[in-house]
Write a protein that binds this ligand. Structure first.
Ligand code: HEC
Length: 116
């Protein structure tokens, strides 16, 4: 009985926060993660820094999420860098990131990165 309770408590600590937030995308969390993990390649405002890397700003939320899931599952094959990155994303991360990148306008005053 004691052990049973301990498992429930530990399980709650491990999975509680993720499950609690799983239903909704968190744009702010997506922004923070994007800044650290995605910006070096896809740019600080979702406009890629490299000529043959894709822009993500303004892309459809569902499309972004599906691509990340496909890289993670190995059904979208790439010799470039996305599969190992996607493998580290949780379902919640994917929702957050898709929400964030789709919310960006793509161009505007912030859009100073030109095709090199
Ligand atoms: C080291 C560079 C690099 C990093 C970091 C990176 N990406 Fe990518 N990403 C790429 C490249 C290159 C491609 C296009 C080629 C391919 O399929 O891998 C791509 C493709 C994508 C695509 C598919 C775009 C399309 O038009 O189909 C999505 C979505 C994406 N990345 C999201 C992300 C997100 C979200 C992050 C951060 C968690 C991230 N990427 C981090 C290099 C990177």
């Amino acid at each position: 009985m004691k052990y049973g309770l301990a498992i429930v408590v530990v399980g709650g600590l491990l999975f509680g926060p993720q499950m609690a937030g799983a239903a909704r995308a968190d744009l702010e969390a997506g922004k923070q993660q994007a800044k650290v993990v995605c910006a070096p390649c896809h740019g600080p405002v979702g406009i890629s820094l490299v000529r043959n890397y894709p822009n993500l700003a303004g892309q459809k939320e569902k499309y972004i999420a599906e691509q990340l899931e496909a890289y993670r599952a190995g059904t979208r094959v790439s010799e470039k860098l996305m599969p190992p990155i996607a493998l580290q994303l949780t379902d919640q991360d994917i929702k957050n990131l898709a929400k964030y990148f789709s919310s960006l306008s793509g161009c505007g005053d912030e859009c100073s990165v030109k095709d090199q």
